[in-house]
Design a protein around this ligand. Structure first.
Ligand code: SAM
Length: 298
């Protein structure tokens, strides 16, 4: 599907942190859900520990899982420097087994988009189910496939960062969206202008899969989840066609005998005795799941 390494940017966690610094938009809502559900917490695809460190400082016991040893090693060093204790695990979200369950699992900064195929998405969702307590929740975000996100450049003004040596990092980006795979391919050019005068160039490529709202509802449903809340931004706005993000809080379908994806407001998608089983499409009325009605304020 892709002929390049889409994780190259995560082999240099210091530069990753430089570009990610100052991003806190997801703190308040994630913290609210953590308060409501309690710990211990599983930070899936935790990266360099941005949220894991924050949660540990708030007093939660946190496990951080990430596929990239470089990201976990840097996160471990940051935790040591900051005097916080976290269980760091290098593992693939599609295959990990911790023999432990959590009331709250979160996966932030659009990591959902790194699962490029349905098989990858389903493998990850199965691991989430395995690690979630029966009443637990899984919070994650993915970019909304709005025309803005799909077709417009992310950073019209190329960002500039200050390097630790006082020099500068300049970045530019090109993108190409493949509507058949729903994958956006990014090529980023990084120019490091070091204080001492030397210049270094790097090209990094990334592939991000988009999922449409009704597709997401079906994917979650047929993998045994029901959506508890859905937001279009970290400010808890409802999801609309122009929202920047799709943020979901979902739970495992409680009992296959009684489960349905019926929302609190009565809007319903499917009603079935078996979340993976066949449904009688001909006999059921057709409903479109109403995302807008589900931005639950907690
Ligand atoms: C954009 S960073 C987000 C890091 C962190 N969630 C945050 O909010 O700061 C994406 C992270 O996802 C990780 N990742 C991607 N695919 C993964 C997988 N299959 N299993 C575990 N981690 C994965 C990458 O290694 C990277 O650290």
């Amino acid at each position: 599907m892709i002929d390049y390494d889409p994780f190259e940017e995560f082999r240099d966690p210091q530069t990753y942190d430089l570009e990610d610094e100052g991003y806190y938009d997801d703190y308040p809502l994630t913290e609210q859900w953590a308060r409501s559900l309690g710990g211990p917490l599983l930070d899936l695809a935790c990266g360099t520990g941005r949220m894991a460190l924050r949660m540990a400082k708030l007093g939660y016991q946190v496990t951080g899982v990430d596929i990239m040893p470089e990201m976990i090693e840097w996160a471990r060093q940051k935790a040591l420097r900051q005097g916080v204790s976290i269980d760091w695990v290098v593992a693939d979200a599609r295959t990990f087994h911790l023999q432990k369950q959590f009331p709250f699992i979160y996966m932030l900064e659009n990591v959902f988009q790194f699962f490029l195929t349905r098989a990858d998405q389903e493998a990850m969702l199965a691991r989430v189910r395995e690690h979630m307590l029966p009443q637990g929740c899984f919070l994650f975000e993915t970019r909304n496939p709005s025309s803005r996100n799909l077709l417009q450049v992310r950073h019209p003004d190329p960002p500039k960062y200050t390097l630790p040596d006082g020099g500068h990092l300049l970045t530019t980006e090109e993108q190409y969206y493949d509507p058949m795979t729903q994958i956006q391919h990014y090529t980023r050019h990084l120019t490091f202008l070091h204080k001492a005068g030397q210049q270094e160039e790097k090209t990094l490529r990334t592939a991000l899969r988009y999922v449409f709202p009704q597709e997401m509802e079906a994917l979650l449903y047929y993998n045994g989840f029901q959506i508890r809340s859905c937001y279009g931004s970290w400010q808890q706005e409802p999801l609309t066609a122009t929202s920047p993000a799709m943020i979901y809080v979902c739970q495992v379908l409680s009992s296959p005998a009684t489960s349905s994806a019926v929302g609190r407001n009565g809007s319903s998608s499917f009603s079935s005795h078996n979340p993976r089983g066949a449904r009688s499409a001909l006999l059921s009325p057709i409903h479109v799941w109403n995302h807008q009605a589900r931005a639950e304020t907690i």
